[in-house]
Design a protein around this ligand. Structure first.
Ligand code: NAI
Ligand SMILES: O=C(O)C1=N[C@H](C(=O)O)C[C@H](O)C1
Length: 233
């Protein structure tokens, strides 16, 4: 597969290593908005920055190049991207987190929220920890986790950074040097705490998931998620 890497930072470099080890070619690696011919690529993988992702994705649709997006912090434009994908008969997967472990964790979180919805003595809270270069807060993964709790738990309708009021899931975002990504959910009552945590030890799991998703997407049209790729949940 000929792969375009849109965003050649920490993730772009980790994806390059895994893609090469799986026999793919990298035909474009860029950290700029333009200056390349995207139609050379069989598939594009965008891990760029929040204000570039939407443009990069739509450019792929216009040139009939399937696109994987892992960039977080641009989701106010997600619905528009889905619409444009359909209009252009394109192929698109966005995931706030491509690692297999986190996608299992997403399912665990939904199941736990469904059970905890019956037990009104517990209050939920969430913490995410990432490296200090991260541009967005809370993380895309934390937002997915919070939205999944809201969809399964009768008590919660919103999430907010660092606040805790009735009906609101409080999310604490910490930035500590070199942390690849840790997400933790607590249900606390007066008598005990139930905790689930996912800890990434490196970026390898995210990068492998993105390459597997690109391999899966090739030859398909439509908008998909990692649940389709991994066939879980
Ligand atoms: N979905 C997932 O599994 C994961 C998502 N991420 C997300 O991926 C994104 C990138 O993360 P990192 O590689 O750690 O960041 P990074 O800062 O190391 O790399 C981003 C790169 O994009 C470049 N860039 C800036 N404007 C661009 C443009 N117009 N087009 C293409 N590239 C452009 C920057 O110069 C930089 O080299 C972030 O939004 C992060 O939250 C990170 C890890 C896993
Ligand atoms: O910026 C990162 O590094 C990460 N971003 C993603 C997010 O915002 O959830 C995924 C992962 O946690 C690493």
């Amino acid at each position: 597969m000929k792969i375009a890497l849109l965003g050649y930072g920490k993730m772009g470099k980790a994806i390059e290593k895994i893609a090469l080890s799986r026999g793919h070619d990298i035909v474009i690696k860029t950290s700029d908005e333009g200056g390349y011919d995207i139609s050379q690529a069989d598939v594009a993988i965008d891990f760029s920055v929040p204000n570039a992702a939407f443009y990069n994705i739509v450019n792929c649709f216009k040139h009939n190049v399937p696109v994987i997006s892992g960039t977080t912090g641009w989701l106010q434009n997600y619905d528009k991207a889905v619409e444009l994908c359909k209009e252009n008969n394109g192929a698109f997967i966005y995931a706030s987190n491509f690692s297999l472990g986190v996608n299992i964790f997403f399912e665990l979180n939904k199941n736990l929220a469904r059970m905890m919805s019956q037990l009104r003595d517990y209050d939920v809270s969430m913490e995410e920890v990432h490296h200090t270069q991260k541009l967005d807060a809370p993380s895309g993964t934390a937002i997915t986790l919070a939205e999944d709790i809201i969809s399964e738990h009768a008590n919660y309708t919103e999430w907010k950074l660092e606040t805790g009021r009735e009906g609101i899931i409080p999310i604490t975002a910490k930035r500590i040097e070199n942390v690849p990504g840790t997400h933790s959910i607590d249900y606390k009552s007066e008598v005990d705490t139930i905790n689930i945590t996912h800890t990434a030890h490196s970026r390898q799991g995210f990068a492998l998931g993105a390459v597997v998703a690109a391999e899966w997407l090739l030859g398909k049209t439509g908008v998909f998620t990692m649940k389709d790729v991994l066939n879980i949940g």
